[in-house]
Design a protein around this ligand. Structure first.
Ligand SMILES: NC(=O)C1=CN([C@@H]2O[C@H](COP(=O)(O)OP(=O)(O)OC[C@H]3O[C@@H](n4cnc5c(N)ncnc54)[C@H](OP(=O)(O)O)[C@@H]3O)[C@@H](O)[C@H]2O)C=CC1
Ligand SMILES: N[C@@H](CC=O)C(=O)O
Ligand code: NA
Length: 426
């Protein structure tokens, strides 16, 4: 007497996927001499039951594994909000790398939703990346947060990732709802992780509960592997005792290029042209961007801190901060040229370089402009580089050091891309 067994094969989201995939599986079973006794549509749209003889079980599993799971490309559906300096570069990188990923990683990356502050555009089959700008600009759909989220829901695609490339608090406020729909979130926007500790923790908890991912490696050091490294240390039981870091690419660029006789405001504008500053450069110059970054690092270490717990001494005159737009801010910086010249002259007289340094030591985090002399490890830090030194129980005598470009569209987009691929490979 033959004993029959049931194998339940999970296939794609929709019935139209079933036809192709199941046909492929049945053909592969037949070619390998497996006699299919019966086929039944499962209780949900996502499974099909195939009944075979018991003696063919192991062979069938191998055949199914090879014919379907190994050859199947994992489709990742991206919803991108923010297509400026960083978001636009990310689209270019995806367009260039898409074919390589299909061939070598079996990952089919598709951008299925796009938005800036004015318009949004969707294509469930994947937006044609050769003309994404025209498609978005020509779209009839005005960007509206609720409508964007509703479209994601209606498309109901598996393996969806919401990528926030804005610096907007309104977009960051959407993450919790998105994560609850089992959609992962990837972002270089620091606002969520530097908001209240409760919100930061809730986002992490939601991601855990709903089995979505919340990844933000580019919040600190752009594409440099700072947060992943820190997470590796913590998860493996190490304890961070001290952090010393230069965490602003724009400020490092500015103070590397600002010398006596050079106008401070001109260098600040250059940092903007290079794509190093935030959309609002006051966030960089005030030290807030660095405060957010050191806050995120210590939170990742398990410290329940708020932004107000970070000590910070601003080097920017108060009235520069009270300006309403970038032009007015630049005009005020120009008015205070003598103040900036005095700062740099004082450092130059000591043979020192100015650096905005973030530290965490003895439970206290602080940010401030420091005169760094030649013997200090932070002295040789060129261009828009960042450096992070972690002193831990294991890296005790010599710190673990991460160094490299810490701002700029290409390296930031790369870091976002890497987070997306972490999700694709998970
Ligand atoms: N530049 C860098 O080196 C790094 C940047 N980051 C972070 O990356 C993010 C993006 O920076 P960057 O690309 O330089 O900024 P940009 O100003 O160049 O681009 C911002 C984009 O976001 C869009 N946007 C703004 N508000 C909204 C909104 N409410 N809804 C939809 N779209 C919106 C803008 O649209 P529109 O054009 O219509 O205004 C624009 O497309 C920031 O959070 C920044 O902190 C992180 C690490 C490094
Ligand atoms: N404006 C930031 C960009 C990266 O976070 C910086 O200057 O470092
Ligand atoms: Na990083």
């Amino acid at each position: 007497m033959e004993e029959n067994l049931a194998i339940v094969a999970l296939v794609g989201d929709k019935m139209r996927d079933h036809v192709g995939v199941s046909g492929q599986m049945f053909a592969a079973l037949g070619e390998n001499g497996v006699n299919i006794k019966a086929i039944a549509q499962g209780s949900s749209e996502r499974n099909i039951t195939v009944v075979i003889e018991e003696r063919h079980l192991r062979k069938s599993l191998n055949v199914l594994h090879e014919s379907f799971f190994l050859s199947e490309k994992k489709r990742i559906n991206l919803f991108l909000v923010g297509i400026g300096n960083v978001g636009g570069t990310l689209i270019q990188q995806i367009a260039k790398q898409k074919e390589y990923l299909r061939e070598n990683e079996h990952v089919d990356l598709r951008i299925v939703g796009l938005a800036n502050s004015k318009k949004m555009y969707f294509d469930e089959e994947g937006i044609d990346l050769a003309k994404w700008k025209d498609l978005l600009m020509g779209s009839d759909l005005t960007m509206e947060n609720t409508a964007f989220i509703k479209s994601i829901e209606e498309m109901n695609l598996r393996n969806s990732v919401f990528v926030d490339n804005t610096a907007s608090a309104d977009i960051a406020a959407l993450y919790n709802g998105v994560l609850r729909k089992n959609i992962s979130v990837v972002t270089p926007n620091k606002i969520a992780c530097a908001s209240s500790y409760d919100n930061y923790q809730e986002l992490k908890n939601t991601a855990r509960e709903y089995k979505s991912k919340f990844l933000y490696e580019t919040n600190v050091g752009a594409g440099l592997p700072v947060i992943t490294t820190l997470n590796d240390l913590i998860k493996s039981g190490d304890k961070v005792k001290k952090i010393e870091a230069v965490l602003s690419g724009s400020l490092n660029f500015i103070f590397n290029n600002f010398k006596s006789g050079v106008k401070f405001v001109d260098i600040v504008k250059q940092a903007g042209e290079q794509g190093y500053t935030e959309p609002d450069p006051k966030i960089d110059l005030s030290g807030v961007d660095v405060m957010r970054k050191i806050l995120i690092l210590i939170r990742e270490c398990g410290v329940e801190a708020e932004l107000s717990d970070i000590k910070s001494e601003s080097f920017i005159p108060e009235d520069c901060m009270n300006t309403k737009n970038n032009e007015a801010f630049y005009a005020k910086l120009e008015e205070h040229e003598a103040h900036f010249q005095a700062l740099v002259k004082k450092a130059e007289d000591k043979g020192a370089r100015l650096k905005v340094v973030a530290t965490y030591d003895n439970g206290q985090a602080s940010v401030g402009l420091k005169e760094i002399t030649k013997e200090h490890p932070l002295y040789i830090l060129e261009g828009s580089d960042n450096i992070v030194l972690f002193n831990t129980n294991r890296y005790d005598d010599q710190p673990l050091v991460i160094k490299g470009a810490g701002a700029g569209a290409a390296v930031t987009a790369m870091g976002i891309f890497a987070d997306i691929m972490r999700i694709a490979n998970s």
